[in-house]
Ligand binder design. Sequence first.
Ligand code: PAF
Length: 275
Amino acid sequence: MKIIKNISEVKKICSDKKIALIPTMGAIHKGHESLIHKAQEKASFNIVSIFVNPIQFANNDEYINYPNNINSDIEKLKNLKVDAIFIPEIREIYPLGFSTNVDVGQISKVLEGKFRPAHFTGVATIITKLFSIIKPDHAYFGQKDAQQCLVIKKLNDELNLGVKIFINPTVRDQNGIAISSRNKNLNKIHLKAAESLFKSLCLSKQLFEKGIDNTKYIKDEMKKVIMQSYPTKIDYISIANSNTLEELDKIALPTLISLAVWFGETRLIDNILLK
Ligand code: PAF
């Protein structure tokens, strides 16, 4: 497995190959593993980028506390038989004076964008840079970050970057909790309570399948499931068109049902797609 740190080197290595890129911020977990397996099915040269992107965090504390264990990540990626990893330093990606931002507009201003205003500009900027540097044929992302997937697809289309984007289903633990690097920060009580997120999403699907399409009613029922398991702060429960993210009064397919909920200091997001 090649470990590459410089833009010039990664450009050289990737220039004559069919490339599958799996962008990450490290803290490699089962969700990333499923993306890597999917990429490897295509038999292209697979490269995992590890870059904790400072400009996509809500604040400096969140950035500094982001889990960081590069040696264990490298070991895991070696075992997964990844072809190469790209681990640039901050100044390699954002040299002093860097000032360009990629803003994909309205779709990035709702839901997560409302609570974390600079987040998607940060994501869109780093993904545009990675796609420009590596020029992958394919790139892999997880459905858990549904809005991120939409933002990335939109910038890829609108800037004609030509990358084929693959979205993998959310990987869950045995209790239905979506795998995320943030789960490490949950204590036992929060971990148990967090099971209510997927339960509430499954309930929304069941209600819809029973013929209920009133989104206010469905959201109220979902809220009850979460609050009965653990009284907490819910940033949002959204039932929206899965392409435009416009909120719906009545479910009309395709619909994205998504939520963001706090457990102690940890904010979790999750979603399901009704097609
Ligand atoms: O999902 C993530 O880990 C990050 O947002 C991404 C896509 C690697 C961009 O920094």
